[in-house]
Ligand binder design. Structure first.
Ligand code: NDP
Length: 488
């Protein structure tokens, strides 16, 4: 593929040159080739984007919810029309398999915009009756300009998940994608403009961490929403504290998936594979600690390995490929490092974990999915987020013991339980300290369902009607129907 033109910033409804004079390269992880150079926003550019967003906000927030909805739904149609082209670009930038991007990434973004477009016209407050005919009412008002910062694993999906509720509620947004995957957020900006979004309502400022920090600190931005790691989340919250911004944080995890002895075994194996190997394991909510009851452990592992062995690793653009390239060389080294740590700590590497050379893609970062057995709770592979396809299988025998072990972590993003016993399923889920849970499935994230973490996995929620609360502020208005009762 020949190098694409240098990517500019997207401010006020169109592409503009950054004033920093600096660029960075975005690389195709599967080939090591430079896809293109990307201009880095300076603080003056960020100011310009915020000013454009303020101007856009004035127009957008005055429109009715129905008008906003109509424009957002046009963007949904454009996203779906361009699904294949956008999915291919996403694969080029992330290294994930086309068979995933083609049916999940763009579509999940489109569904999210569709869902919030549907809510836009009914964002009403309450009417509260008071004594003597007086009353109060509440208005759900937009916050103003919102900043958003994305991670690299689901670039277009994250940009949609953040912008959809923000825009539906009447806010404007300045968005920064990860420096590793900066391309599809710019495409989303183009699509919004084509759909009729007023200029300035959605802007993209590319760059490295400092550009994110500028957004988190900016006086003109009322809210910051981050998807990223726990350390970055802490930094963003600290930066946002300077102006007391609203903050939503979608951070990392080390989530438990508990398989009881009565589980439907094939379903549990399917879920464990999806919970660990989808997108090369680069998913925040992955169930990387798989607790399997001792009575079914051997059968579970046997089936798991038999199916994992068949997974097709290769060219991410090939429709048959199920495991693509990890995002970059450093990340692959990190994942390989954890595999070595697991072995040294005494876990049994039951399958995979080796680097794979794919013909024609020698510079790619391909790894076999790894399955560790005999893992114990104190091992680093069972405690730290690896963000690669490394599954730890941990045996248990008792419900209370497994719930305690599952909760023994600073993270609390997600959790899953497999059992046919309905009361046990609900009892266990109620006792798990995690924000997003599944019974007899894993990693299903319908837009209608709120998504987010407990503990250090985050603050706030994305998706579902609750996301509206994170992108609006409530104004209470008291209405006096009589005279002012005054003692002076
Ligand atoms: P990072 O935390 O490294 O980066 C996230 C974003 O923050 C990037 O755009 C990054 O920019 C930016 N950033 C870095 N430093 C700062 C700063 N000081 N102030 C503001 N912004 C900053 O995460 P990754 O991109 O490596 O993504 C992987 C992580 O994201 C994992 O921990 C994963 O669990 C989590 N994640 C959470 C999800 C959730 O919904 N809970 C979903 C997906 C991922 P740059 O890339 O340019 O450095």
């Amino acid at each position: 593929m020949s190098k694409l033109p240098t990517q500019k910033l997207y401010i006020n409804g169109g592409y503009v040159d950054a004033t920093s004079g600096q660029t960075f390269e975005t690389i195709n992880p599967a080939t090591g080739e430079v896809i293109c150079d990307v201009q880095i926003a300076s603080s003056a550019d960020v100011d310009k984007a915020v000013a454009a967003a303020k101007a856009g906000f004035k127009i957008w927030s005055k429109m009715s919810g129905t008008e906003r909805s109509r424009i957002l739904l046009r963007a949904v149609a454009l996203l779906r029309e361009r699904n294949d082209e956008l999915a291919a670009l996403e694969v080029t930038d992330t290294g994930k398999p086309l068979q995933e991007a083609n049916c999940v990434d763009v579509e999940s973004g489109a569904e999210c915009i569709e869902y919030f477009a549907g809510l836009a016209a009914s964002l009403n407050g309450e009417h509260i009756q008071l004594a003597n005919g007086n009353f109060a009412f509440t208005r759900k008002e937009p916050l103003g300009v919102c900043g958003a910062i994305g991670a690299w694993n689901y670039p277009i999906q994250i940009a949609c998940w953040k912008s959809a509720p923000a825009l539906a509620c009447g806010n404007a947004m300045v968005y920064k994608a990860s420096e590793v995957t900066p391309l599809t957020a710019l495409k989303l900006a183009e699509i919004y403009t084509e759909a009729g979004l007023p200029d300035g309502v959605f802007n993209v400022v590319s760059g490295l961490g400092p550009v994110g920090q500028m957004l988190a600190e900016h006086e003109g931005i009322e809210k910051i929403s981050l998807t990223g790691s726990v350390p970055t989340g802490k930094r963003v919250m600290e930066s946002a504290a300077k102006t007391l911004k609203h903050v939503t944080l979608e951070l990392g995890g080390k989530s438990p998936l508990i398989v009881f002895e009565d589980a439907k075994l094939d379903n549990a194996v399917s879920a464990a594979m999806l919970a660990n190997f989808y997108t090369q394991g680069e998913i925040c909510s992955n169930g990387t600690r798989v607790y399997v009851h001792k009575d079914i452990k051997d059968k579970f592992i046997e089936k798991l390995i038999a199916r994992t062995e068949k997974m097709i690793i290769g060219d991410p653009m090939h429709p048959d490929t199920q495991v693509g390239s990890l995002i970059h060389r450093d990340h692959m080294e990190k994942v390989l490092g954890y595999i070595e740590i697991g072995k040294k700590e005494g876990a049994n590497l039951a399958y995979g974990g080796k680097q794979v050379t794919v013909k024609g893609f020698e510079k790619g970062n391909f790894l076999q999915p790894a399955i560790f057995t005999n893992v114990t709770a104190d091992m680093r592979i069972a405690r730290e987020e690896i963000f690669g396809a490394v599954m730890s299988v941990i045996t248990f025998s008792d419900e209370d013991e497994v719930v305690a072990a599952a909760n023994d972590t600073q993270f609390g993003l997600a959790a899953g339980v497999f059992t046919q016993d309905i009361t046990r399923a609900h009892r266990v889920i109620a006792n798990l300290e995690a924000g997003t849970c599944w019974i007899n499935n894993y990693n299903i994230t319908p837009i209608e369902m709120p998504f987010g973490g407990y503990k250090q996995s985050g603050i706030g929620r994305e998706n579902g009607t609750v996301a509206v609360d994170h992108f609006t502020q409530l104004k209470s208005v008291y209405v006096e129907m009589g005279d002012v009762d005054c003692p002076y």
